[in-house]
Design a protein around this ligand. Sequence first.
Ligand code: BMA
Length: 350
Amino acid sequence: MKGSLTLKDCRMASKKLKQIAATGSPKFLNDFMGKTTMKIHNPIITRFKKNPILTRKDVPYPVATVHNAGIVKHNDRYIMLFRSHLLNGRSIIGRADSEDGFSFTVHPKPFLIPSKDNVFAEYEAFGVEDLRICRVDGEYLLTYSAYSRHGVRIALARTRDFEKVERIALITQADLRNVVIFPEKFGDRYVRLDRPHSEMSSWSIWISYSPDLVHWGDSRVIMKPVAYHWDEMKIGPGAPPFKTDKGWLHIYHGVFKTMSGTVYRLGAALHDLGDPANIIGVSDQWILQPEDPWEVNGYVPNVVFTCGAVPEDDGTVKIYWGGADTVMCAGTALIDDLVSVCLSVSRPPL
Ligand code: BMA
């Protein structure tokens, strides 16, 4: 298989590891892996020097946390819709805006709180969480977790201007989370990645299709955790996928269980441009793990969790993540590096 290691690779890796131990990290990842002609920078994601970019102190109403934000560039401004725990432990969504993608100002009032109307009131009663923003057909589709005594479902809303928000439908049953919608239709259908819960199988990434955004089906599993691997406990969709020359790039999260709790990290997968159910490469290694103090310690320790990334015209992508379910952080990566790590340092999707 493309990207699998031979005995020679392992010997070379062992030699390189000794060199690294003696001299520090290599500048390029594949100096270590020895797998591609294209160089992949190490680290792949460069953290913004002034992380965290947003904390509860920046919010003009009382909240315990600021994390797991969806982000888009709208009319040359970055709009961040972030999750906050209220002081009763339930979550709402706030809005912050930025000119440069790093320095954000929070709006005086929350963006989305649990609905008081019709069916949404019943299913959002315990809070709204982890919103993703997916731009499709010139409007923004918002997918978020709706919590209630019945479990967790995904609600879908739409906006054109981030002022007026219209709830469309609850688009899953319980229990399912982390829905991201592709920015384009395939044939005449919308496509989403989602993550059902299961007692029999480790939680995996699925794909589903819809003619109208409300009714979804033809679901099937396309990516699973790998045993004794950084994502062995569960994986889930992260940021809505974005288009590259080589495929749709999806940054997802993977979880590993340790003796002192779980570790949430980020990984990357590349989906076929014409058929997103076909995954053409998954990075064998994580692309980001908790390292900064505000990622290692906080409301939930050892978590980096993404709901949004903004690809730029200069070949970079800004990636945003919640640190320890407490603060928002940002970093940048070369899109080519993310594509290369999926294709050249890869593991099977299933
Ligand atoms: C997941 C979700 C995320 C959270 C993560 C780590 O199950 O609840 O919102 O960031 O756990 O606590």
